[in-house]
Write a protein that binds this ligand. Structure first.
Ligand code: URA
Ligand code: SF4
Length: 217
């Protein structure tokens, strides 16, 4: 753990030329916003440094906060299944979040997820931008509106533009789809099956492109 003074964004904590592993240990001591105060630990991205696909979620959940790894709870299990069904190997992907600390409020004995605010997203985004620059994925996949709007702008609407490749300055391609948690919240089995199918179809667009690039992902 570092002992960094409070800063307005994580940018000031990122040295020129830092490696992914250096970033990971610097992020462990980040106090650029208040979210570190009530969280167990920083949950940095995980995966191959040469990954061709980067999956970006919102923020760690309860399980991720305790384990220190992204997408290892219920949403992660659903994501794993969808990636498998789309023919993408999670071990070949880099998985991360827009915000690296769990934001929650107490509800009895449980910790309830709270959406990160604009200030927290702004404070944390330099970590994600550095991850993208260092991993250099061929495709970035935004999982849900928080990731899509953080990377593509506040007017981006997942419902209107999901599953389409868009031009972007930081990576050759970017695509947005729903967040796996939204599928877990589907009102009934039928809706859940339908939403899962659409999610897998969006990921299959990514898989087809990765195949075109040569080599299976
Ligand atoms: N939801 C996210 O957005 N990210 C995680 O890592 C887990 C759940
Ligand atoms: Fe730093 Fe991000 Fe954690 Fe805020 S959420 S303290 S910016 S790592």
């Amino acid at each position: 753990m570092g002992h960094n003074r409070r800063v307005s964004t994580a940018r000031e904590l990122i040295p020129e030329g830092a490696s992914l592993e250096q970033l990971r240990s610097l992020a462990a001591g980040c106090q650029a916003c208040d979210l570190y105060r009530n969280a167990t630990q920083t949950v940095f991205g995980e995966g191959s440094a040469g990954a061709t696909v980067m999956l970006v979620g919102e923020q760690p959940g309860d399980r991720e906060d305790l384990d220190g790894e992204p997408f290892v709870g219920p949403a992660g299990a659903l994501l794993d299944r969808a990636l498998h069904d789309a023919g993408i190997d999670r071990r070949q992907a880099y998985v991360t979040n827009v915000v690296k600390h769990f934001k929650w409020r107490p509800a009895g004995k449980r910790r309830l997820h709270q959406k990160p605010g604009a200030e927290e997203i702004r404070a944390c985004r330099p970590w994600l931008e550095s991850e993208i620059d260092l991993v250099g994925p061929a495709v970035v996949v935004c999982l849900g509106a928080t990731a899509a709007q953080a990377l593509l702008g506040p007017s981006f609407r997942v419902t209107r533009q999901r599953g389409q490749f868009l031009a972007w300055e930081r990576a050759p391609r970017i695509l947005a789809t729903v967040h796996p948690s939204s599928i877990l919240r589907a009102p009934d089995e039928e809706a859940r099956a339908r939403e899962m199918e659409a999610f897998v179809a969006d990921l299959a667009v990514v898989r087809a492109h990765l195949s075109d690039l040569g080599g299976s992902p």
